[in-house]
Ligand binder design. Structure first.
Ligand SMILES: NC(=O)C1=CN([C@@H]2O[C@H](COP(=O)(O)OP(=O)(O)OC[C@H]3O[C@@H](n4cnc5c(N)ncnc54)[C@H](O)[C@@H]3O)[C@@H](O)[C@H]2O)C=CC1
Ligand SMILES: O=C([O-])CC(=O)C(=O)O
Length: 338
C-alpha cells in the first residue's frame, strides 16, 4: 500500500464569509487537491466574526471528512499563514448594488498590505496565493509587493469565474455541454473592462475539435452581447440576489487552485491573473489575466503567439489602462499609510 501523503496547509481568509461557506466543502472533500491529499485548514477572519467562524469549525467537524487533519481558526494573520502551502484570500468587503469593484480599493487595499506582510514573514516560500477579494487584480499586486521574499509568480488572482461564465454562455448559445468547450480566454481586469475572448476557443462536436467561432458563425454576438453579458454578470447576480456571487465563486476558486496544483490538460489553457512580463504588449509589472498553461507542480507560462487584431488590441489596452489607474491609486494609498 502506498504511504499516505503528508497533509498540506491551506489558509482561507474571510473564513466566516459567504464564499468560504461553499469553498470549504470543495477543499475539505478532496475535490481541489485530490482524494488522497490530507489537508489542515487555517481559517482567518476578524475578531468580531470569531464566534461565527467557530460555528463554521463545528460544521467542519460534523462533516466527518477523513481528509481533514486539523482546523486552526484565528484572527491573527501570523498564525493563519504560518507554514501554509496555499493561501486563498477571500477576506475583504464585497461590493453592493451600484458599486464598481474598484470602488472597494480604498476599503480593502490595507487588508492586502497586512496580508502580504504576514505571508512574507511566515508562509512557505513556495506558497501559492490566489486573491479573490476585490478589486482582485490590484489587491494581488499589493499583496505581492508586500511579500518580497516570495517569488512574484506565486501571486495570482481569480478570473476563472469570468471564464466559467463565458463558457456557460457559449455552451448555451451552441446548444452543447460546457465540457465540449475549451480555451475561452479572459484578458485583463476582473471588472467591467475585462475582455472575454471566444476567438481562440474550440468546441468538440461528434469527437471532432473545431474552431468555436466557425461553429457558431455569429461574429456580431461574439463581439457584443457575449462580451457585455460576461462583463456585467457579477452585477446582475448582485441585483438579483442582493449579495454577490458565492457558490459560483467558490467553484471557480476550486477550479483555479486545482489547475494550478495539478496542471492544465494537454492542448488546453486557462485564464488567471498573473504578473505581466510584456507579453502581448501589456507592460510588465501588473497583475493581468492571461491565458496560461500550467505544468504539474504549478509552473505556469503565458500562452504566446495568439493572433490579435485591432478589435482585440483595443479591448486589451482599455482593460490594461484601468489596471494601471488602479495600481497608481493603490500606490497612493500605500504612501498615505506609511
Ligand atoms: N474575483 C472574483 O471572481 C470574486 C470576488 N469576490 C470578492 O470576494 C470577497 C469576499 O466575498 P464574500 O465571501 O461574498 O464576502 P463576505 O462579506 O460574505 O465575507 C468576507 C469575510 O471576510 C472577512 N474579513 C474582512 N476583513 C478581513 C481581514 N482583514 N482578514 C480576514 N478576514 C476579513 C469578513 O469578516 C467576512 O467574514 C469580496 O471582496 C468579493 O467582492 C466575490 C465573488 C467573485
Ligand atoms: O461582482 C462582484 O462584486 C463579485 C464578483 O467579483 C463577481 O461576481 O464576479
Amino acid at each position: 500500500m502506498a504511504a499516505e501523503k503528508s497533509p498540506i496547509k491551506v489558509c482561507i481568509t474571510g473564513g466566516a464569509g459567504q464564499i468560504a461557506y461553499s469553498l470549504l466543502l470543495e477543499v475539505a472533500s478532496g475535490k481541489v487537491f485530490g482524494q488522497d491529499q490530507p489537508v489542515i485548514l487555517h481559517l482567518l477572519d476578524i475578531e468580531p466574526c470569531l464566534e461565527k467562524l467557530n460555528g463554521v469549525v463545528m460544521e467542519l467537524e460534523d462533516l466527518a471528512l477523513s481528509l481533514v487533519r486539523g482546523v486552526v481558526a484565528t484572527a491573527d494573520p501570523l498564525k493563519a499563514f504560518a507554514d501554509v502551502d496555499v493561501a486563498l484570500l477571500l477576506g475583504a468587503f464585497p461590493r453592493l448594488k451600484g458599486m464598481e469593484r474598484k470602488d472597494l480599493l480604498a476599503k480593502n487595499n490595507d487588508i492586502f498590505r497586512t496580508t502580504g506582510k504576514a505571508i512574507d514573514q511566515v508562509a512557505k516560500k513556495s506558497v501559492k496565493v490566489v486573491v479573490v477579494g476585490n478589486p482582485c487584480n490590484t489587491n494581488a499586486l499589493t499583496c505581492m509587493k508586500n511579500a518580497p521574499s516570495i517569488p512574484k509568480e506565486n501571486f495570482t488572482c481569480l478570473t476563472r469565474l469570468d471564464q466559467n461564465r463565458a463558457k456557460s454562455q457559449l455552451a448555451a448559445k451552441l446548444g452543447v455541454s460546457v465540457s465540449q468547450i475549451s480555451n475561452v480566454i479572459i484578458w485583463g481586469n476582473h471588472s467591467g473592462t475585462q475582455f472575454p475572448d471566444a476567438r481562440h476557443a474550440s468546441v468538440t462536436i461528434n469527437g471532432a475539435r473545431q474552431s468555436l467561432t466557425d461553429a457558431l458563425s455569429d461574429d456580431a454576438w461574439v463581439k457584443s452581447d457575449f462580451i457585455s453579458t460576461v462583463q456585467q454578470r457579477g452585477a446582475a447576480v448582485i441585483k438579483a440576489r442582493g449579495l454577490s456571487s458565492a457558490m459560483s465563486a467558490a467553484k471557480a476558486i476550486g477550479d483555479h487552485a486545482r489547475d494550478w496544483w495539478f496542471g492544465t490538460k494537454e492542448g488546453e489553457f486557462t485564464s488567471m491573473g498573473v504578473i505581466s512580463d510584456g507579453s502581448y504588449n501589456i507592460p510588465a509589472g501588473i497583475i493581468y489575466s492571461f491565458p496560461v498553461t500550467i505544468e504539474a507542480g504549478g509552473k505556469w507560462s503565458i500562452v504566446q503567439n495568439l493572433k490579435q487584431d485591432d478589435f482585440a488590441t483595443e479591448k486589451m489596452v482599455a482593460t490594461y489602462n484601468e489596471l494601471q489607474e488602479e495600481a497608481n491609486a493603490a500606490a497612493e494609498l500605500a504612501a498615505a499609510a506609511n
